[in-house]
Design a protein around this ligand. Structure first.
Ligand SMILES: [Zn+2]
Length: 197
């Protein structure tokens, strides 16, 4: 079960938050600590910013990366992380929001319509619209961080610039095989690179 730690929430919490007083955690049921809404919304905003970046940048700029997929066979696969991320971002919204929330998510976050256009198109009151946006940000921030096996947040872990096993906690043994290129371990594999002239 995923556990939020203060070291993570402190950096994300809003300093002026009246719910958690900038600590990012508050007491939930059964005396358990739960992440504050300000933290969850910060997670959402970071993921959304990356989504916009990935969705708007030129296709040819998206690079393929060699990714360690772990598991028993310790395999590596080529993947286009940006496209994958954009798809994951949309999919999580569709799976975890109600039909009504998803409509707002689609128009406002995916298609970029501002509140005026959304309210007109979706026939909503301004106040209701902003309440719903707030709820969507909180809900999806939660899912983006806790999604298993691979969460969308932290972004550096999703995009493979930080090792995956950091998510599993300090007690988890590190995988024995680290980033050894597959072409060094398997004979006959040619990486898709241009030959040096
Ligand atoms: Zn807070």
């Amino acid at each position: 079960m995923f556990e939020w730690t203060r070291s993570e929430t402190l950096g994300l919490a809003k300093h002026t938050c009246t719910q958690c007083f900038g600590l990012g955690l508050r007491a939930g049921r059964n005396g358990k600590s739960v992440p504050c809404g300000c933290v969850l919304r910060a997670v959402f905003r970071a993921c959304f910013k990356r989504f916009r970046y990935c969705a708007t940048k030129e296709k040819h700029m998206s690079r393929a990366s060699l990714e360690f997929t772990g598991g028993r066979e310790k395999r590596f696969t080529w993947s286009r992380k940006d496209e994958e991320y954009v798809a994951d971002f949309c999919l999580v919204g569709r799976r975890h929001l109600s039909a009504e929330e998803y409509r707002v998510f689609k128009y406002h976050f995916l298609l970029g319509a501002d509140w005026k256009l959304c309210c007109r198109q979706l026939k909503m009151e301004r106040g209701n619209f902003f309440h719903m946006v707030y709820r969507i940000e909180t809900q999806l921030g939660h899912v983006f961080r806790e999604l298993e096996p691979y969460s969308l947040y932290p972004l550096d872990e999703y995009f493979g610039t930080a090792p995956r096993w950091r998510i599993d906690g300090p007690n988890e043994p590190r995988p024995k095989v680290q980033a050894i290129p597959v072409f060094a371990t398997r004979r006959g594999f040619t990486p898709p690179l241009r030959k040096a002239a």
